[in-house]
Write a protein that binds this ligand. Structure first.
Ligand code: HEC
Length: 148
């Protein structure tokens, strides 16, 4: 019987990725603080989804400002990002501002316990997240982590 090379290649790949701990890759390309901030934003959005499902408007109202006023990377990292995106910094900040405004609208809607308005502003927040990701994420990955 012929050996199944595709299978062998696949299991070799699996073995390599299983053997390489995440930290080994981090040593090559340390994660940006921005990425950790993004994960915090994501966790906030998940909490909001949970709040919407339970009609827990107090939870949504408490979480939305954390999304709106997320922390920023340290100055040194900000400089690296600025050096990379250069003249587009205005657009980048504009995208961030859009998500900020949408999250504030979501907070207001939750304070009014207006479920439909919460859901629609949640969509606006997601649109703002997506717009920035579509424009910048791949370029950040390529530049800061050498991923193409
Ligand atoms: C101003 C631009 C911008 C906005 C707005 C933005 N992001 Fe991001 N996001 C990025 C960039 C750039 C990356 C890639 C960063 C990296 O991998 O280091 C990213 C990556 C992520 C990731 C992947 C993190 C990982 O583990 O690899 C998540 C999740 C994420 N963003 C969530 C969000 C959410 C949720 C919002 C909206 C509430 C949001 N982002 C808004 C620019 C933005």
């Amino acid at each position: 019987m012929k050996p199944d090379f595709r299978f062998l290649a696949a299991s070799a790949l699996l073995a390599v990725s299983a053997a390489a701990p995440a930290t080994a890759q981090d040593a090559v390309a340390p994660e940006l603080e921005l990425r950790r901030i993004m994960r915090e934003l994501n966790a906030g959005m998940q909490t909001v989804v949970d709040g919407i499902s339970r009609e827990d408007w107090a939870l949504v109202a408490a979480t939305a400002p954390k999304i709106a006023n997320h922390r920023e990377p340290e100055p040194a990292e900000k400089m690296k990002i600025l050096a990379f995106i250069g003249a587009e910094i205005g657009e980048f900040k504009g995208r961030d501002e859009e998500s900020h405004q949408a999250a504030l609208a979501m907070e207001k809607a939750a304070q009014k316990r207006d479920g439909l308005a919460v859901v629609s502003s949640f969509g606006e927040v997601q649109k703002a997240c997506l717009a920035c990701h579509q424009t910048y994420r791949e370029r950040f990955l390529a530049h800061f982590y050498s991923k193409h």
